[in-house]
Design a binder for this molecule. Structure first.
Ligand SMILES: Nc1ncnc2c1ncn2[C@@H]1O[C@H](COP(=O)(O)OP(=O)(O)OP(=O)(O)O)[C@@H](O)[C@H]1O
Ligand SMILES: Cc1ncsc1CCO
Ligand SMILES: [Mg+2]
Length: 260
């Protein structure tokens, strides 16, 4: 079983192609959880940095020609080395460029995890969904079926986040019912989750570890919400305190996971 102690002892280096909005939050989340984050923006060091990393995160939230090259260069080295790749297809359905960038990346790089909200994963499943920019929006599709379909299509794990998180390999599926509404209030919660997931599976690369990491982040939010029930901005800072101090006992006690 993946323990928080093993993550903190391993302190894996997690390489990120971040978006322009939330890199500090992502670096903090990885760091407080027990990883060692590093970001980069110049393709010339993609290979060297991927060679020293234990996991990589590609956030497609504000990709341009140069950062797309970074993703492709790093992704190929990560695949060759067998280190886990997490991709976040931020607002993928919203513009043609985002769609093309994701397709190109999927054609050239194998992902271990696609992490997105319902709107993003629904787009990848070709399911009609009323998205709202970076936010999940509304749809009537079955999120479990959608997540499984995307996992099968891309031969990877999918973490579809929201009030209930769905974690699947396309066959075995878990739900995680922990969390707090203030996650949704804060921009970058999903980006932080990407970093948490990469950190976790760089230490133990299996579906159960992915489920536990998903629950850990949500439980840290529950604990933060208990401290700050009416202060959404303080919640965000407290989330870091909780990530830095959460124990395996707390995770075991609070975890609400079900195999579906
Ligand atoms: N209403 C909610 N109740 C409980 N937890 C939530 C809720 N909404 C989101 N979460 C949690 O927030 C985290 C981020 O998920 P979310 O689906 O908001 O990502 P996102 O839309 O990609 O966010 P962003 O684009 O701002 O980074 C997950 O851990 C999820 O469990
Ligand atoms: C607001 C925003 N725009 C592009 S990425 C991002 C952060 C949430 O992913
Ligand atoms: Mg997002």
């Amino acid at each position: 079983m993946l323990t928080i102690d093993s993550i903190r002892k391993t302190n894996p280096v997690i390489l990120n192609v971040a978006n322009m909005v939330t890199p500090q939050h992502v670096a903090d989340a990885i760091n407080f959880y027990g990883g060692s984050p590093i970001m980069f923006t110049d393709e010339r060091e993609a290979k060297e940095l991927t060679n020293i990393a234990s996991g990589v995160v590609f956030n497609m939230g504000s990709t341009n020609e140069s950062t797309l090259r970074n993703v492709l260069a790093s992704g190929k080295v990560a695949n060759k080395r067998g280190i886990p790749v997490v991709i976040d297809p931020v607002a993928v359905g919203v513009t043609e460029l985002r769609q093309a960038n994701f397709k190109r990346t999927a054609d050239e790089v194998h992902f271990d995890v696609i992490r997105g909200n319902a709107g993003e994963i629904a787009y990848l499943a070709n399911v009609n969904w009323q998205v709202n920019g970076i936010d999940a929006g509304n749809g009537s599709g079955d999120v479990v079926a959608i997540a499984k379909q995307v996992a099968q299509k891309y031969d990877c794990w999918v973490v579809l986040s929201g009030p209930r998180d769905i974690v699947t390999d396309g066959n075995i599926t878990y739900s995680v019912d922990n969390g707090h509404p203030y996650f949704q209030t804060n921009v970058g919660s999903g980006d932080m989750l990407d970093g948490i997931l990469a950190t976790a599976i760089s230490v133990e690369n299996n579906l159960k570890a992915l489920v536990r990491a998903t629950a850990t982040f949500s439980i840290a939010g529950e604990l933060a919400g208990e401290e700050y029930p009416h202060q959404p901005a303080s919640f965000f800072v407290e989330l870091f305190n909780q990530l830095a101090t959460i124990s395996d006992d707390e995770i075991d006690t609070k975890m609400k996971i079900h195999q579906l």
